[in-house]
Design a protein around this ligand. Structure first.
Ligand code: FMN
Length: 177
């Protein structure tokens, strides 16, 4: 089963989450590849997809949200999960709900959307971004929780295993569901 993991990332934190998700899926035997969303031209050859983005000002990165919208028809036909990476600090800020990721679920009938905490590296932010971060009262630093990311990917792998298993190979009670 071929799985696309596509990501919109400005400074690389969310890309590393996508890479970890793809790695976990490969450990389960799936043919999972990750790409920056801007490099994905076609999604036709994939049997499932996981699409994620960093959140800036409540919105996904443009390349990731465009990928969802531009290929909505194809994504509606396969299992898709969405993730965002955003809030930083303890407790994580900003605290408002998941923003664009939640609304994209409806666009493609995705199986779900999860918000992961993020990583703000102060050395990489431009002047304007630093001012915004101060305004949000968000702490800089790496707040990504790799255990949570890997568990989420494992859960997807289990669901994909069920989907990809031919009925004849399923235990009798599962096949009759
Ligand atoms: C200017 C700016 C605005 C941000 N806005 C949000 C936001 O609205 N919601 C959120 O959860 N995180 C927000 N963040 C945090 C980033 O989404 C987070 O650091 C993310 O992990 C960065 O991922 P990237 O390195 O892949 O770009 C913002 C960060 C910056 C610098």
């Amino acid at each position: 089963m071929k799985v696309l993991v596509a990501v919109g990332s400005k400074y690389g934190a969310t890309r590393e989450i996508a890479q970890t998700v793809a790695e976990v899926l490969r450990d389960f035997g799936f043919d999972a590849v990750w790409h920056d969303a801007k490099d994905v031209e076609s999604v036709e050859s994939f049997d499932a997809a996981i699409i994620g983005s960093a959140v800036y000002g409540g919105f996904w990165r443009r390349d990731a949200s465009s990928l969802v919208h531009d290929h909505a028809e194809e994504f509606q036909k396969i299992p898709v999960w969405l993730f965002s990476s955003g809030p930083v600090g303890l407790p994580p800020r900003p605290t408002e709900p998941a923003g664009e990721g939640d609304s994209l679920v409806d666009v493609i009938n995705a199986y779900g959307h999860i918000m992961f905490s993020g990583y703000l590296n102060p050395d990489r932010l431009n002047f304007g971004e630093r001012a915004i971060v101060r305004g949000l009262k968000a702490s800089v630093g790496d707040y990504r929780e790799w255990g949570q990311v890997k568990n989420w990917a494992r859960e997807i792998a289990h669901q994909l295993t069920k989907i990809s298993q031919p009925k004849s190979e399923m235990p009798r009670e599962a096949a009759s569901e």
